[in-house]
Design a protein around this ligand. Sequence first.
Ligand code: F6R
Length: 606
Amino acid sequence: MCGIVGFTGKHEAQDILLAGLARLEYRGYDSAGIAFFKDNGDHISMRKTAGKVKDLAAICDEENNSTCGIGHTRWATHGGVTNANAHPHRVGSVVLIHNGIIENYHELVSEYGLQKDLVSETDTEVAAALFNKMYNGDPIETIKKTVPLFVGSFAFCIMFKSHPGEIYAVRNVSPMVAAFTEKDGAFIASDLTAFVDYSKDYFIVPEYHILRMTQDRIELTDLEGKEVKPEYLKVDWDVSAAEKEGYDHFMIKEIHEQPNAIIRTIGGRIHGDLPDFKDDGVSDDFFEGVRDITIIACGTAMYAGMVGRTFIQNKFGIPVNVAIASEFRYERPVITDETMVIVISQSGETIDSLEALRLARKYTKKTLAIVNVKGSSIARESDAVLYTHAGPEIAVASTKAYSVQVAMMYLIGCKLGLVSGRTTEAEMKEFMADLKKVPDIIKSMLTIESKVDKLTSRMTNAEHAFYIGRELDYTLSMEGALKLKEISYIHAEAYAAGELKHGTIALIDEGVPVIAIASQSDVYSKVISNIREVKARGAYVILISKDAKITDESVCDVHLQIPKVRDELAVFASVVICQMIAYYTSIGKGLNPDQPRNLAKSVTVE
Ligand code: F6R
């Protein structure tokens, strides 16, 4: 939600800011802006506009010699998409950009008499006005006095008139990373993709610490003024991972990256043919004494959790509850110190998941994070963390993160099964051997991409679509439906195939697309009967199954065959088809699947 970037150093800032913003556009793309010290003097100039980063680039001067500036790409929360509401915001001597939400902005306006300073409808401008009101010529003292007055989440980059070449930053909850190199200068951003071309070493700006950046150094102090040494991390992926590398969109690139992502997630965690997390610093003791599991997550990550739930409960008989993070926070938690709480999050910054984790930690010391982004808040605040190593996921619609999260849930489930004596080493060795085949299973599905592309021509005019399946296929259907909804804007619902006849079948009419997934052997014939019921009512049925012999037109219009793998692993094949259906339907409708309307990646607002 909103991308921020700042640079002060030995190069012209504008190009670095615009390139950084283009990389951060996945976080918000309704308005964009930059501010910089004009001619490196003490006057701060701004350019901002409603629209995308390319619209901002169009209003920027071709030449700009400033070597210090900040930039922002917005996902609107307070106030519509207008030029005035775009960041940066200037009030008096202060120019700033912000990611997050200042919850008490109304109260601040009346308490500090800020109304006369405001020209936009944003909470951010109120923050700029408050910093300006408190400004006494000393930026650090001003930040120290002002920051405790804010309620909410924030990552601010601030420039003060009369302090050319300097950028100040402070954050609470909303992410911010920074780096300094002798050769280039100081960088700051919501996410290191913005400056990874310049530095592979970076640090996470600690909450409630003040960062001062100049072209020669970075200084970090706490709110008491004590100097703090930044803890540098190293990027474990290559710069090319943040580029499209010849693909039309990040989404299709990331769909294709799934085989390698799975290899990185499970490789190194299977030792002696058994699941093993010792290299992650998570010993078997952590899995001992677990009576039940609560999985907490949002969106796609939650759907990955649902697959994990069905897998663990059915295979090992361990009770598993899946909670929507934003609801869990306000429910009475039914967890004890014998509950393992698993928080799944690609970004590791989703505020609802983070707050739910904080609540869960009051009840159990067995919180385990499955996270992709190294050093993110959820990773740092959990008792244990398992990184999925999928590389940066830039498309707003999550694809590879889902597959690796499911793979990780399978590894965790098997570990719990073994530690609790609910399965045998022999059984798990066989399962691990099959799990290692998942990358090849996915590769084989990528070969039918053009077939999927063609069949989506029947989907582009649809207003509604249904995804049906039973058991693991039902949980997978939810992810399939979400993918279609978010990038093609077709209303899509997932139903347990056996549930349709209890009401929803009334919605099935001539030509309504039904994506039916039938990979689970024990319920196969039952799903096929359910499919016949919708087919008989005119549905356009796309069937995903392992059955090589389907020729019967009373069952489906199109059959997409997946390999004959064990039932638990079929989900990896079927999800690739669902992702491709959503992608090509979006393309067929002339949409940009990487930047769906109203959405942004990394949801850091509640
Ligand atoms: C959908 C999607 C979202 C995220 C959700 C959680 O394609 O990407 O539903 O899965 O916002 O995000 P993380 O995993 O970062 O916590």
